[in-house]
Design a protein around this ligand. Sequence first.
Ligand code: AMP
Length: 281
Amino acid sequence: MKVIKTIKQMQLFSLKAKQNKKTIGFVPTMGYLHEGHLSLIRRSKKENDITILSIFVNPAQFGPKEDFKKYPRDKKQDEVLAKKEKVDIIFYPSIKKMYPMGYLTYINIGKTANVLCGKSRPGHFQGVATIVAKLINGVTPNAIYLGQKDAQQAIVVKRMVEDLNWNLTVRTLPIVREKDGLAMSSRNSYLNSQERKQAACLYQSLIVAKKIIRSGERRSTKIIEKVKKVVLKNPGAKIDYVACVDAKTLKPTKMIYKKTLIALAIFIGKTRLIDNIIIDA
Ligand code: AMP
């Protein structure tokens, strides 16, 4: 496994790989790797000759009061895990190299940036789109692997790739969960043991939503009400949002139909967690 630290070196490596007719799969992450990340790496390994993992905690996607500084980082452990998965390249660009003095350019991704998580985190998706674009320009992959865990992020990236006519496939893979259903996330490490138990309510509430939809309820308001009720049974939980939206456009849906995305963001103590399901019936 090779470690690359600059965009220039990254571009050079990818150019050579392409000249040798190798396909490149790309897994962008902020590190502190867990099974969710590893599932993306494994799929990329299956589908490409070369797998490149990037680790970069991107300051541009954190608000001024958010957790950029305390975001968990463990370079050594990440390298051990990446090596075990036979990642070919870890791409570790520095903040200085990604956003040098005088940096000005950001990608404006329109209205999908201002709903759901974008409403609570102004500027977040502009930061995400910008870094993903910059990383893609460095790695020049044939395919990029993203998790359904960050459903809105995957939609934003897909839109950007389509709108800018980039010749690459965007793959969105299922959410990997802990035994009690909690979606794996680097931020789960912020939870104390009591909060960790309560955090299972995110997925539990989505399962309840699924059940009442199966038994005939189609009104989004009723489903959102029920989800909130399940979540708020936990004294440490505070709702940021619960929403029923179209899984492709993120437009709110009054009635649930096939491909409705039920998405939520919940504070457990001070930790903001997200989860979602897509209704398939
Ligand atoms: P992050 O390091 O949190 O920015 O995540 C990097 C990538 O891993 C994103 O595409 C995430 O959606 C994906 N990811 C994070 N958690 C999970 C999970 N539990 N299951 C599947 N993919 C995930």
